[in-house]
Structures are given as C-alpha cells and as structure tokens.
Design a protein around this ligand. Structure first.
Ligand code: 0O2
Length: 309
C-alpha cells in the first residue's frame, strides 16, 4: 500500500476487490477504513492489479474498540506464552554471558585500533606540526542492529557464525583533515605487522551510487587476554570532514521514513549533487595545502620518542 499525496491510497493487489465498495486494511496499531471512490472496471484491476481508493479519515469507534482490545489481548498472550516462558528465559540466560563476553572482545579491539591511530597522529604532529586526524568515533554495534543484521542476512543464530559473518560489530571511524591523510593513515596502519587486511572498499575512488564516500578497511587485530591471544575483526572507516558531514546528514535523512514519493527523487538528486560539491571542496582544500606545503621550507625534523633515547 502506498500513501499518495492528497489522501489517495494506492493498493497493489491481485485480489478481485473490484466487486467491493468497502475495503478494510488492518495494521497492528491502526485500522483504516477505506472506501472506494468509484468501482473500477474489472479488466483494469485484472490487468494491472492496482486499485485506487480514497482514504476516509473517519474512524468508526464501534468497529475499532473491540478489535483494538482483541489485538491487545493477543499481544499480552504472546508475551506471556513466548517471551516470558521458562524456555525463553533459559535461552537468554545461557546466551547472554557468552554474547556479552564476545562484545567485550570487540570493545578491546576498538581500544587497540584507536591507540594505533592516536600514536600515528601524535607522531605526525611532532614531525610535521599538524594533526592528520580531526576526530575518532568508535562503537560496538548495538544488540538491536546486530540482531536486525543477523535476520536480514539470514545468518544462523550462533555466536561463531555471527563472529564469522558480521564484520562491522566493532567500528572505528577516523575523520581526517585532507583526502591524502586517509591513504597515508591507511598505509601506516596496514604496514603494522600485527594487522591483517581482510577486505578493502574504496568508496572514495569508486563512490556509491548515492554519493557516499569513505575508505573502508576490514582488518583483523590481536587482543591479548589473560591466557590467550584472540584475533578480532574491526571495520575502519576513514573519511574527510566533508565526507563525514555528508554521510551524517544523509544517514539522518535516509532514516526519515515518511518522505513522499514525489520528493524522494528530488532529495536523491540533491544529495548526489551535495556529495559532488563536498568532493570538490576536498580537492580544493587538498590543493591549497599542497601549494602551501611546497612553498614553506620543511621544518627541522623533531626526533620521535625512541629516537631521543
Ligand atoms: P551503521 O549504523 O553506520 O553501522 P554490510 O551490510 O556492512 O555487510 P555493505 O553494505 O557492503 O555490507 O557494507 P558497506 O558498503 O561497507 O557499508 C557499511 C557501513 O558503511 C554502513 O554501516 C554505514 O556506516 C556506511 N555506509 C555505507 N553506505 C552508506 C551510505 O550510502 N550512506 C551513509 N550515510 N553511510 C553508508 P551500516 O551497518 O549500514 O550502518
């Protein structure tokens, strides 16, 4: 069912509803009473399977109340019988601790990767008197979005398959000053002998169709526990301030679900154009910096930590 402007509801269906003049569309939280404005010819409906109806905003309390009560009752029964059952409570108790443990490994891996970037930023600022990193934002994927991804990708609900198949449970986002800094930092990270590159996606050289730009690295990093060394997967996203600005706003807009169909295309084109403008801004800022750094004499190299001893 698609909500059109001016209250028209477009229903895609193969049902021979042409004979009805009243259609009830039931949703869990809402019941809409629809009435066709005109009975369409049967051939039209059979050929295209589409019927237009006018949404009448009247709600018949007589019909709604008993149905709403019934839905509430069913919901309560479901929760009581399934979510509050002994079996379900046992399942949660058995899996919660291993799951919490697994997520804590990802939190440790984030600390390792963040430290690596902070060390690089520190060294760079000592050597070149500027910081290539503007900001580092990290997160362990929330339970909710992890479960959603497991469901979407039809991954078996076991810890080992979650660990194997989902690579962005730990995410580190590094916001850089200039595009060149992205590749410089990525090379420095990947040259470290404890880092293994699993996958590289360069959405800067090959932006996504919507305009998204970032360099994604899926890496494996060791964490050292009391009596074991574990390799943990981390997704590193490297982007400039301009790329981050665009992606953050696009993310917010994308999750606004009620964008009317006629505006969606306009917004898509606008976002694509904004992505081009911000990429151009990055190129120009990079160029300005290159011009300045070529004209300014290189400062005397300051020894870094180990070199001073
Ligand atoms: P969140 O909330 O940031 O975690 P995947 O689904 O990860 O297995 P995919 O789609 O190939 O497979 O991964 P990709 O393309 O590397 O994208 C993963 C992440 O990149 C996303 O995570 C976003 O953070 C970011 N991303 C990718 N495309 C876009 C985009 O078009 N716009 C924005 N704003 N971000 C994007 P999640 O899990 O989608 O979301």
């Amino acid at each position: 069912m698609i909500m059109m402007p001016d209250g028209i509801v477009k229903i895609h269906s193969r049902m021979p509803w042409h004979s009805c003049c009243e259609v009830r569309v039931m949703q869990l939280h809402d019941i809409l009473l629809l009435r066709t404005s005109a009975i369409l010819p049967a051939s039209y409906i059979h050929n295209f399977g589409i019927m237009y109806a006018v949404l009448i905003k009247e709600r018949s309390t007589k019909i709604l109340r008993p149905i709403e009560k019934l839905i509430e009752k069913r919901k309560e029964e479901f929760i009581r019988n399934n979510l509050m059952s002994d079996e379900f409570i046992d399942f949660i108790q058995q899996n919660k601790k291993p799951m919490d443990k697994l997520l804590s490994y990802y939190a440790c891996a984030i600390m390792e990767v963040e430290t690596k970037f902070r060390v690089l930023d520190h060294q760079y600022s000592l050597e070149y008197d500027r910081n290539p990193i503007e900001d580092i934002k990290s997160r362990v994927k929330s339970w909710e979005s992890l479960i959603k991804k497991v469901r979407r990708k039809e991954i078996p609900l076991t810890l080992s398959s979650i660990e194997e198949s989902i690579h962005d449970i730990a995410g580190v986002r590094v916001v850089c000053s200039f595009p060149d800094d992205i590749y410089m930092l990525a090379d420095c990270l990947l040259n470290q002998d404890d880092i293994t590159l699993i996958e590289k996606k360069d959405y800067i050289k090959n932006p996504k169709p919507g305009g998204y730009r970032s360099l994604h690295l899926i890496i494996s990093v060791p964490i050292f526990l009391q009596d074991e060394k574990r390799m943990v997967t981390v997704e590193v996203q490297l982007r400039t301030i301009a790329m981050d600005f665009w992606a953050s706003l696009e993310h917010k807009i994308r999750y606004k679900k009620n964008i009317p169909e006629d505006k969606a295309l306009y917004l898509q084109n606008e976002m694509l154009e904004c992505a081009e403008i911000s990429a151009d801004l990055d190129r120009r800022m990079q160029n300005v910096r290159d011009v300045i750094s070529k004209n300014v004499p290189k400062e005397e190299k300051i020894p870094f930590l180990g070199e001073m001893i």
